[in-house]
Design a protein around this ligand. Structure first.
Ligand code: GLN
Length: 309
């Protein structure tokens, strides 16, 4: 049996000299203010043990990792009907790309690029005012993490509302193709708030534990989705979770995962554990540089249950 705490401690020690690597996302002004010298990891195993290293308890902006939680909510609402609104193929292009959307008549490639996530948010909003949809997501994430202290950082949400021109372009484009039902400002209001969820690595790993444990959270006993749905969400994360860095992440880490421009990466070792790593400096495709290296080291030292060790 691998001593997980010893593995985390050794990774943290080896990567300490590299803390601060990469470039903090500065297209969202509020994120540009983040101190790049942070690095944390948390692992929660399916038998309920928690392992931590570095800044594992420090909340950060989860940004696109929220797309996994919104996707789970949307599938719960409309089931397989969701796939009329969004595809399931890797995009091979940037997270905020608009080019593909025109070629494909307003149907985004997958739920994890921005356009796809905005369409998913529109689905979750059905029958709700924006405020209610935000509340529903927040309650869901608190329930998943079994932690009422999870919050939304209003400053980050406001900052992106003021500067999210590309996301407005994507949403307007989809609305023109009738793939957005609600007013664009409302959908993006919800989308920017979901991205502004503030969570620590530990909270994130706990919230995503159901994906490592066939759809149920073994720590709380809550059944969240069916085993089949958990498997499918994991499949989407493996193929699409890191934009045009998805192939590279699968190659190096070999686990389903989802990144966010706040510097977090959430990953799932099916049947074993859920993992979160975070460090604000990003690589060229917008994924945390150090968190990706840390996850690669963790997988190399413990094995990938997806690809057989
Ligand atoms: N809120 C960010 C955006 O829409 C999320 C992007 C990300 O984390 N990759 O640009």
């Amino acid at each position: 049996m691998v001593d997980l705490q010893a593995v985390l401690d050794s990774i943290y020690k080896e990567l300490t000299p590299r803390i601060g690597e990469g470039k903090v996302a500065d297209y969202i002004p509020e994120l540009a203010k983040i101190d790049p010298h942070q690095f944390g990891m948390a692992v929660v195993t399916v038998d309920g043990k928690i392992y931590r290293a570095g800044d594992a308890g420090v909340p950060f902006s989860i940004q696109s990792i929220s797309k996994v939680f919104m996707l789970t909510l949307a599938l719960g609402k409309v089931g397989e009907g969701l796939w009329k609104r969004v595809g399931r193929e890797p995009s091979g292009s940037a997270f905020n790309s608009i080019v593909q959307l025109e070629h494909e008549h307003g149907i985004p490639r997958n739920p994890f690029i921005n356009a796809g996530a905005i369409a998913v948010t529109d689905v979750v909003m059905a029958g709700h005012a924006p405020r209610e949809a935000i509340g529903e997501l927040l309650r869901f994430v608190r329930y998943l993490a079994d932690d009422e202290s999870v919050t939304i950082d209003e400053k980050v949400a406001r900052s992106e509302t003021q500067t999210g021109y590309r996301n407005f372009a994507l949403a307007n484009f989809m609305r023109a193709y009738k793939n957005i039902d609600h007013p664009v400002e409302h959908v993006l209001g919800v989308y920017f708030h979901q991205c502004a969820l503030s969570m620590s690595c530990e909270q994130l790993a706990k919230a995503g534990l159901f994906l490592a444990a066939r759809g149920s959270n073994p720590m709380t006993g809550h059944s969240v989705v069916s085993p089949k749905r958990a498997r499918r969400i994991n499949a989407l994360m493996l193929t699409c979770g890191h934009y045009d860095g998805s192939g590279d992440f699968a190659y190096h880490v070999g686990l389903p995962g989802k990144s966010g421009v706040g510097g977090g990466i959430f990953a799932v070792a099916p049947g074993v554990a859920s993992i979160a790593a975070g460090s604000p400096g990003l690589n060229k495709v917008g994924n945390s540089q150090l968190a990706a290296v840390a996850l690669e080291m963790l997988a190399a030292r413990t094995g990938s249950p997806v690809f057989g060790g």
